[in-house]
Write a protein that binds this ligand. Structure first.
Ligand code: ADP
Length: 505
């Protein structure tokens, strides 16, 4: 058809006319213009030829013996392989051309004899152009249909993966974090129905135990595009707390940014891990007490004297055993606070006194490290377990001192934001990289793996602080500029008395 014809000829035209002179004339005109022409004198031969090799256009005489032009056209239109070929009728001036019939049987145009060469060529060219455009449109339509079919199949595949995924998945808007789609596992895990979740945000459903973790994950997302396995906790509809690993990724749908949230529920694994660690720690306690007892006996020369080298070895053994005991005690402490085996004993305390007590407790460590300790506190009453809050503050101060260079200052401040007191522990130390700001509150997480050895830490201080603060219904977080210093913030409840006084001011 057009394609093969365009190589050598403008188009392939079949002329069916019973008058040989007409045929010869038409053929010559068309050939001169670069068309490939086939000519036949009988309708039936023309039909066979058209079927065997469909031309791009047919010129068809109306008046012919045996089968007239209308009949030939009807046959052409009834045959799938020839039905789309444009047919132009030719009629002699004396003949009565039934134009209505010509169009009804499928003709696209007609020309009358004697032939006006310019007119014939113009009409042929017009209909060939229409036909060419029609074919292009058909091809494009076919391509589009195929593309749609492929796309639908791909979408169906992803929809199936989304629906059947064993991981809870949610798609949320970037701007407001509203749910636009969630899978079945997400609903199962959260306990909500689809209707209760769609269009709402996790914040409005009170899903995050610590919304700040999600907020900072999203902040990281605006520079990083993805964040993987952020441990956080969610609250189900029934109020159950689940520990999850959250991976978030920016995705673009129709030019709008969304967030793909993939969740790994590790509540059960965490529980077993906690149980295992506390069981092992518990079992280690007794033998370790006896080891330290034995080492003490050796060190105090109750069992004889040692060479200088021997003394050194005993000191190393004592140091390491004490570190192990600290670790085991911290693990058990954390487990007891988290599981509620240790309950907080809150009472009203003057925050100013508590802050100064924490300073006193850390003064000798600060002196040794040549760090200035500065307290700037307000006099307000807080409703807390004083021993546990002291433990928290000394822990934060100890870190601030540990990670600062000699000569620097560490501040311990308090400010009132009713109904909370905000305590700040600020240093000008080495700072914490942005991707570790949440992580360091998790068990055994240290910015630098060598910290536990060089700074004597266990990686449990901050998780213990967080558990204590959470037991007070408070909040703890850190802001830091890497290389410049960090500020740890603790929010604790003010006493009712202080709140009442503040309300009357
Ligand atoms: P550790 O016993 O190692 O101090 P923590 O849980 O108290 O355990 O702290 C975890 C990690 O957080 C530390 O090892 C350190 O990498 C980082 N970190 C904590 N506080 C600070 C701080 N003030 N400045 C810099 N890094 C800190």
């Amino acid at each position: 058809m057009f394609e093969s014809a365009t190589n050598k000829f403008k188009a392939d035209i079949l002329v069916i006319d019973d008058t040989p002179e007409n045929l010869a004339l038409l053929s010559q005109i068309l050939k001169d213009k670069g068309y490939k022409v086939r000519s036949v004198t009988k309708g039936s031969t023309g039909l066979r030829g058209a079927k065997a090799a469909p031309p791009d256009l047919i010129l068809l005489d109306v008046k012919m013996p045996e089968m007239d032009g209308y009949q030939v056209c009807q046959h052409l239109k009834a045959e799938p392989s020839t039905k789309d070929i444009p047919v132009i009728f030719i009629s002699a001036l004396g003949d009565v051309l039934d134009k209505v019939k010509a169009f009804k049987v499928g003709g696209v145009d007609y020309i009358t004899k004697p032939l006006q060469v310019e007119e014939v060529l113009a009409r042929i060219e017009t209909h060939l152009t229409i036909r060419r455009l029609q074919l292009q449109l058909q091809t494009r339509n076919k391509q589009l249909q195929q593309e749609i079919a492929e796309r639908t199949a791909a979408e169906e595949k992803f929809a199936k993966v989304f629906r059947a995924s064993p991981n809870p998945i949610a798609i949320t808007t970037f701007a407001e974090s509203n749910f636009i789609d969630i899978n079945h596992r997400f609903l199962e895990m959260s306990g909500y129905s689809r209707g209760e979740v769609m269009g709402k945000s996790a914040h409005s459903l009170n899903l995050w135990v610590d919304p700040e973790i999600y907020n900072s994950a999203i902040k990281i997302l605006s520079t990083n595009n993805s964040l993987h396995n952020q441990e956080c906790q969610i609250r189900t509809k029934k109020g159950e707390i689940k520990t999850i690993l959250l991976s978030v990724e920016t995705i673009e749908l129709d030019g709008i940014n969304y967030i793909l949230n993939i969740i790994n529920d590790i509540t059960e694994r965490k529980h077993l891990e906690d149980e295992f660690i506390s069981l092992v720690s518990h079992e280690l306690r007794t033998p370790m007490s006896s080891i330290i007892g034995a080492l003490d006996l050796l060190k105090t020369h109750h069992l004889g004297t040692f060479t200088e080298k021997g003394e050194q070895v005993i000191n190393i053994a004592i140091n390491n055993t004490e570190r192990l005991i600290r670790l085991v005690n911290d693990i058990l402490d954390l487990e007891r606070i988290k599981s509620g085996k240790i309950t907080m004993q809150p009472a009203n305390y003057n925050a100013d006194e508590l802050l100064n007590q924490a300073k006193q407790a850390m003064q000798s460590m600060a002196d040794k490290a040549q760090i200035n300790l500065n307290v700037e506190s307000v006099s307000a009453e807080i409703f807390v377990d004083s021993d546990r809050i002291l433990q928290t503050l000394t822990n934060l101060l100890s870190n601030a001192i540990k990670f600062s260079e000699p000569g620097k200052t560490v501040w311990l401040r308090s400010k009132v934001y009713s109904p909370y007191l905000q305590i700040e522990v600020q240093d000008r130390g080495r700072g914490i990289p942005p991707d570790k700001l949440q992580l360091i509150f998790e068990r055994f997480q240290q910015v630098d793996a060598s910290d536990s050895r060089s700074k004597g830490g266990t990686g449990l201080g901050l998780p213990i602080c967080r558990s204590i603060v959470e037991q007070h219904n408070g909040r703890i977080w850190v802001e830091s500029t890497f290389g410049k210093g960090s500020t740890f913030y603790v929010l604790l409840p003010l006493s009712d008395k202080t709140i009442a006084i503040l309300n009357h001011q």
